[in-house]
Design a protein around this ligand. Structure first.
Ligand SMILES: Nc1ncnc2c1ncn2[C@@H]1O[C@H](COP(=O)(O)OP(=O)(O)OP(=O)(O)O)[C@@H](O)[C@H]1O
Ligand SMILES: [Mg+2]
Length: 198
């Protein structure tokens, strides 16, 4: 079976030039890629746990990119770099930088003004992040991990459960997760907030 990076269940398809960014040439199946990415992400989680990040350390552009880089640096050459092509999801590539800056400013405002509960701030941040879709791939996982770092290290609360199961394609939880995201697209954050603590 060849490397299958098709658009499945709302996963972003990779462009030819992005497939070329694969650092491990021996990877030939989707399962091998998933496994490799997972190990890379586990190293990134270990890195976040060794550090103590304050809210101001997390809510800046350098951290947004650095976290993605740490999650995928052994797997993809473009880890930590914003996408250079447009996708079926996300803002136009030209607006990624400005949209990220707006999101970081908004999130700092929510924190300073206690606009929402801490869970809701982290979930709104996660949703806007994945909506911008800054990176060629890994946006879902990056947005969930950055929300986990914000809630745990920034706010001192337990990390999210994200439905307490696999969100891989074809898993039942994935459709529930995507439905909750679609509600958040319509400004209804309750389903995603509940899902994140399920
Ligand atoms: N219509 C949509 N609106 C908002 N977000 C979406 C939509 N469809 C998919 N997503 C988000 O985009 C993510 C997929 O993007 P991408 O492939 O870059 O991330 P990933 O980390 O590889 O995927 P996953 O979240 O499955 O681990 C989904 O997990 C979901 O969070
Ligand atoms: Mg993907």
């Amino acid at each position: 079976m060849g490397l299958d990076l098709e658009y499945i269940n709302h996963q972003t398809a990779l462009d030819e030039d992005e497939k070329e960014g694969l650092l491990i040439k021996s990877i030939s199946t989707r399962a091998e890629l998933d496994e490799f990415e997972q190990q890379n992400i586990e190293r990134a989680i270990a890195w976040t746990m060794k550090k103590r990040f304050k809210i101001s350390d997390i809510l800046n552009e350098e951290f947004v990119r650095k976290l993605h880089k740490k999650m995928f640096d052994q797997t993809w050459r473009w880890a930590g770099e914003y996408r250079k092509t447009n996708k079926n999801i996300g803002v136009d590539k030209f607006y990624i930088g400005i949209e990220i800056k707006n999101l970081l400013d908004d999130c700092k405002f929510w924190v300073e003004n206690k606009s929402f509960s801490e869970d809701e701030i982290a979930i709104r941040f996660k949703h806007r992040m994945v909506h911008i879709h800054p990176f060629p791939n890994g946006n879902g996982r990056h947005s969930r991990l950055i929300a986990d770092v914000l809630i745990e290290q920034g706010f001192g609360k337990p990390v999210f459960s994200w439905g307490s199961g696999s969100l891989a394609p074809q898993c039942d939880l994935r459709s529930e997760y995507l439905s909750a995201l679609f509600e958040a697209d319509k400004d209804n954050y309750e389903p995603l907030i509940k899902f994140a603590r399920k």
